[in-house]
Design a protein around this ligand. Sequence first.
Ligand code: PEP
Ligand code: CO
Length: 453
Amino acid sequence: MSQIPEWTKSSWHSFPALQQPVWTDSGICVDTLKKLSNLPALVFAGETRMLKQQLAEVLEGKAFVLQAGDCSEDFSRCNGPRIHDLLKVILKMSIILAYAGEKKVIKIGRIAGQYAKPRSSDTETIAGMEIPSYRGDMVNSPEPTLEARMPDSRRILEGYFRAAATLNLVRAFTKGGYAALDKVRSWSEASFGSFPANRKYDELVSGIRKAISFTTAIGIDIKAPQLNETTLYTSHEALLLEYEEVMTRIDTTTGYWYDTSAHMIWVGDRTRQVDGAHVEFLRGVWNPLGVKIGPNHDIDNIKRLIQKLNPDNDPGRITLITRFGAEKIKSLLPNLLHEIKSEGFKVVWLCDPMHGNTYINKLYQKTRKYEDILQEIRSFWQLHEAAATIAGGVHLELTGDNVTECIGGNRQLLDKDLNLNYQTNCDPRLNAEQAVELAFEIAEILRSGGHTE
Ligand code: PEP
Ligand code: CO
């Protein structure tokens, strides 16, 4: 049963689907998908509805979105310490932002399923040999050999189980007491020592401690769930449509279809064709949806896309995530804001300051400058202020590890430093220190309503 006209969870098969792997053995694929169809949902539709309601609050200026995590999660790094470290950074950033912005911070991880990547080319040439491009751990393996790069559909099942394991730990940490507000100091990363952002964080922690002591002194019970539990929602790019289809289930409470692979799913800049398979699939599921918008967009197309994905103009359903780059945002965002606003579309606006600022440096490393990232965020706030629209939050690629993938930041990482600990298989991420530093900068922007320079 479907409430959406002419939609089924399989109807996308009749539309052109870009960026799909060609599995080497279709028999294995059928078998994998069958197994997956008998496995439980990863998330509960009630949680997904809750996220949508909270996103609707962003439209009223009552909440801020922090969406963050790996560009591409790596099976080999699905372990306790790494998940814990990422969670710590997200919790720290959210407390910094909540304190400055004085509003709720909705935390959404690029986590527990961010395993499939769109690529600009199907193949790459390494040491004179042409091999398939790496498409994320759910498809193939990053090692530069022909064998490793052959798409293997059994990896979809492995991705499901790793997503389940990740989500289990996330739930344990966020609901089991670790996220309690009186633990704010323990989220701090001892190994980074006394870098300025850490010192600022300690000051903030003292302020929160004082507030908690005061609250206790006047007899308010600090055991309330709001002070002891939090929620990290999950999200990923809904790229591998076979996986998303099989994870799409009827919610028995409402009778609607939900993609239960994550709470929020987004469509990438390369696969958001109005008449394409990804949009066809997404229009029928009730999850909140992200839409990435890069510099080469066509405004009429974006309008048609919004109408197709959200015909009832339901607030919280659509989040537009712009990723223009520090320079281009200045000329592109104002018109987009104006057009979307004049149509009366209810959308949440997020700034992805990562994907428009990626470049290859002179040492052939893919990197981003901390300064460009910060600059794009500043412009995003200023342009929203000028357009009288609401800047809803940020979408970031970062990790809890001490990697060296983006240059700049307080430690002034240079091109020559990137080799020290360059780990990503895909895009360069902010390390924990750069991420916390950036949260303090965003806090400043929030306090000043976009007027910082
Ligand atoms: C991403 O978010 O990792 C990504 C590939 O984004 P985009 O679709 O904006 O290029
Ligand atoms: Co990326």
